[in-house]
Design a protein around this ligand. Structure first.
Ligand code: UD1
Ligand code: CA
Length: 456
């Protein structure tokens, strides 16, 4: 059986009060519309058409890696009108079209598959997903005949008092027989409270033509739509719970899973322990056996195994195995930290490579530098990488010892095994194995205090 899908994503999203189109708001780090596309693809529907309108270019840009096609809905005249705009996409196709909304990101692959097989096995011309809820306010109500059969869907604003009491809602996700859908769309009108062409009216039209309509109730947790920031936070919470559950099932310990924020794309290996208040984002991969103490943010980074991280920020960087980071370290993009290294408190690393076993333990800034293996940085070292106009490079050889409070004025090179005396300002190359002292010599003026009459 041929299957394709349409995602409605042209709407205004007024209730979000945002300059960003609603369906580009993110849930656990991924745009809602992309979450929906990914779920549909996982359910093996690959011919996907996205209806765009509001913020069309932004939506195209955000979805461009996902190989979908687009139909433009110039004016948002309702969900039925939106599907009419996909006529070109549907014309000549025979089979089933599944329709989803870009603002309901909690649907799962299993449910999409279930919907398809339910629709096919029941020989329905249309099948709707529904949910039974305590407070149906705002949703379209599913009106059934005395027996079982679905008769029609009535939008909240068009409901009679009796219909408002119905607590089975339309999830806004459907399967249609393509030819029957196209014929029914021609019959839609906008004689309703919102003066819109409702896709939901197609159900009543099919029914009055004597066609078979199916309904599949599923938990509200999967059908919840996002129309406001409050609902966005609710969706985020459900998604977060699913993500965290999945990590725990894979052998990751989350000390307090309700307060651990891991985005959709993150991968974490087993026996890693994550304390609360951590934010792990983007395409981050964390190796096995790591410990991440509270209050870290890690984004688009690769963390090796057995790494310990405490109250630190790591962005677009790599950290080698057995290294410790923090507390209060800041590793900025394009940095590569080696194995068994130490990046200690109040250390900032920017666009630099730090070799294996190198220790940068406290109060240090390293920018645009290549640091060898086995080096030791004393407290308060500053790589002076910026001359007010350009950034310059600093190169430190293996096993160099940088004394406390050193300035390394780039461009500069310190060769391997060299020592730098504390308090030095290094402006010239330090040869291999040399000791560099770049500071004024100490002078003691004996008896000076007494001579000045300053004794206490
Ligand atoms: C819709 C359903 C309602 C259902 C609810 C489930 C209709 C008439 N109503 O209501 O029965 O309970 O979803 O969440 O279908 N859109 C367009 N073009 C438009 C209008 C909307 O592309 O002209 C898109 C929106 O971007 C959104 C989706 O369609 O992704 C749903 O639109 P929305 O206005 O949120 O519909 P609801 O009022 O929630
Ligand atoms: Ca909606």
């Amino acid at each position: 059986m041929y299957n394709c899908a349409i995602i409605l994503a042209a709407g205004e999203g007024k209730r979000m009060k945002s300059s960003t189109p609603k369906i580009l708001h993110k849930v656990c780090g991924r745009e809602m519309v992309n979450i929906v596309i990914d779920v549909i693809k996982k359910a093996e529907i690959n011919d996907i058409n996205v209806i765009i309108g509001r913020g069309a270019d932004a939506v195209k840009e955000a979805t461009k890696e996902r190989e979908v096609t687009y139909s433009l809905q110039d004016k948002q005249l309702g969900t039925g009108h939106a599907v009419m705009c996909a006529r070109e996409f549907l014309d000549g196709k025979k089979g089933t079209v599944a329709i989803f909304t870009g603002d309901a990101p909690l649907i799962t692959e299993e449910t999409v598959k279930k919907l398809l097989s339910f629709h096919e096995e029941g020989n329905y011309k249309a099948t709707i997903l529904t949910s039974i809820v305590d407070s149906p306010s705002g949703y379209g109500r599913v009106i059934r005949e005395k027996g079982e059969e679905v008769l029609k869907i009535v939008e909240h604003k068009d409901c009679t008092e009796d219909e408002l009491k119905v607590n089975e809602i339309n999830a806004g996700m459907y399967c249609f027989d393509i030819e029957n859908l196209l014929k029914s769309l021609d019959k839609l009108d906008n004689n309703n409270a919102q003066r819109e062409y409702y896709l939901t009216d197609v159900i009543g039209i099919l029914k009055s033509n004597g066609e078979k309509v199916g309904a599949l109730p599923i938990p509200f947790e999967e059908t919840m739509g996002v129309n406001s920031r409050v609902q966005l936070a609710e969706a985020e919470k459900v998604m977060r719970k699913r993500i965290n559950l999945n990590h725990m099932e894979n052998g990751v310990t989350l000390i307090d899973s309700e307060n651990t924020y891991i985005e959709i794309d993150v991968e974490i290996n087993n026996d890693t322990v994550i304390y609360p208040s951590n934010v792990i984002q983007g395409k981050t991969i964390i190796g096995e056996g790591c410990i991440i103490y509270p209050n870290s943010r890690i984004k688009d980074s690769i963390i090796g195994k057995n790494v310990s991280i405490q109250s630190s920020t790591i962005l677009e960087s790599t950290v080698g195995e057995n290294t410790t980071v923090g507390p209060f370290a800041y590793i900025r993009p394009e940095s590569v930290i080696g194995k068994s290294a130490r990046i200690g408190d109040f250390v900032e690393i920017k666009k630099s490579t730090i070799g294996d076993n190198t220790k940068v333990s406290h109060l240090t800034y390293i920018g645009d530098a290549e640091i060898g293996t086995g080096c030791n940085f004393g407290c308060g070292t500053v790589v002076v990488n910026y001359d007010g106009k350009d950034k310059h490079k600093t190169i430190i050889g293996n096993n160099a010892f940088i004394g406390c409070n050193t300035n390394l004025v780039a461009p500069v090179e310190v060769k391997e095994d060299a020592y730098i005396a504390a308090g030095s300002t290094i402006t010239e190359e330090v040869p291999k194995g040399a000791l560099a002292i770049g500071r004024a010599k100490q002078v003691n003026k004996v008896g000076w205090v007494e001579k000045k009459g300053l004794n206490k």
